[in-house]
Write a protein that binds this ligand. Sequence first.
Ligand code: NAD
Ligand code: 3PG
Length: 528
Amino acid sequence: MSKHTIVVCDHIHEDGLNILQNTEDVNYVYAADIDKTELLNVIKDADVAITRSSTDVDEKFLTAAVNLKAIIRAGVGYDNVDMEGCSKRGIIAMNVPTANTIAAVELTMAHMLSCMRKFPYAHNQLKQDRIWKREDWYGNELFGKKLGVIGFGNIGHRVALRAKSFEMEVVTYDPYIPSTKATDLGINYTNNFQDILDCDIITIHTPKNQETLDMIGEEEIAKMKDGVVLINCARGGLYNEDALYNNLKSGKIAMGGIDVFIKEPAIDHPLLDLPNVTVTAHLGANTKESQKQIAIQAAENAIESARGIAYPNALNLPIDESKIPSFVKPYIELTQKMAFLSAQIDKSAIRSISVCARGEIAEYLDSLNTFATVGALTVSSGDEVNYVNAKFWAEEKGITIDSNVMANNTSGYSNKVTVKITTEKGTTSISGTVFDENVQRIVEINDFVFDIEPKGKMIIMRNNDIPGVIGEVGRLLGDNNINIADFRLSRGKDGALAVILVDEKVCANTLKELNSLEAARSVSYAQI
Ligand SMILES: NC(=O)c1ccc[n+]([C@@H]2O[C@H](COP(=O)([O-])OP(=O)(O)OC[C@H]3O[C@@H](n4cnc5c(N)ncnc54)[C@H](O)[C@@H]3O)[C@@H](O)[C@H]2O)c1
Ligand SMILES: O=C(O)[C@H](O)COP(=O)(O)O
């Protein structure tokens, strides 16, 4: 039995490790305790890798991971995964998006309470210094304070709900949700960022990306109340770290509750020297409950993706399969086959791939286009091309890709897809449709009408429409021990096109002989 190698790059709960260890077709490698430079050596054998925030999936990692097909980020944030790098290589990246939500929510509440009551400092005074000085520790209450929640997703909305149970007034800013998602829960919604800056406490729960990096900097802090409290249990850098440090030092920000840093581990970070910061070492997801769930899901998803069965929570697929209705799937398959066939007819460097569709199917042109690109590129690049990297490969090869809705339809088919591929040798256009839900048919090749199942070995011969062609072709193939399974001929104004289905692969010499027949204009062999 061939085994799939799954490399675990960071610490995950033992329940996940046990699943990997007890799966017969998995060769499981535990690499969480090795140096990240040594990991580059281990990762070269991985079919699938499981990582957390301690492993950067960057250019170095991806260059080393020559066999990698999928990567599971055992957590939510994937800002340390080079998504474009994965896509270019056809690696499917997935995360485990909800298993640590509660853990992160509760740590946020802990930081909030900790900041208000200066909990760690009061704790240290008694425990470490053995001083009983109650007058040093007059804190503040959450009750009645205004909380601003930036990002109202899985974590943000639950933080807001918990804050409400502390009888806080809560307002959220998240331009990517309908306002009713908040207002239905009794949370105020704003699209004016100043409403957030006016709050007593601000907490952020967005992903880290170009838009959210440094979302709160000197300018925003200057607009806040004196004595504001800032919480960050999402990602280092969402609050500009220099601005955060300067304003905590000056007292403009009364307290900061910080779980995450731009550079981790953050053992020498200047924020650690300040007396008004409560810190944790990126522990947002660190509850036993959450880690157990994440590890189990990560292990199961790793196995499924290694087997090529499913890619749960995939982040870089150009197509969301769950949104594709079942009637579209055979068209997608057919489009890939037609492109594969087209690219074999005028086999040479591809210049352009164009998809044109009519009927309801035209709504799915983007998906059809992706699969046409896969089909066309597979001729020269084999299995290395998949629907994750096809677009990048085409770009790299300078291939133009376009798609459009068919303006008029004289064919009578309610749904029809045409794939046109131009190579250095010429242009081939193939059209197809689907009958009875899943009966795929090629109905045109270069304007010649056909009814062919897109399957098997075939000779495509463009010829002059003169007597005796079928006989001559039959004799020649017979002489070469090639059995004809079916012979389809379509006649047009300028000659004819024959599609000859054969049982055996046709070699270059036989094609040459066919090409030298008097009636032959061009002959190619293809296989679907
Ligand atoms: N400290 C930890 O250990 C820990 C644990 C879990 C998650 N996280 C971090 O928390 C982040 C949020 O997690 P989640 O599960 O709530 O994710 P989520 O995707 O459910 O929610 C993110 C929300 O942010 C919103 N958003 C995006 N851009 C925004 C912008 N410019 N302004 C305002 N809102 C914006 C989105 O619309 C979404 O509603 C993750 O991306 C991750 O980085 C940290
Ligand atoms: O994005 C996340 O899920 C959290 O930051 C947790 O990261 P971790 O898996 O490294 O704890």
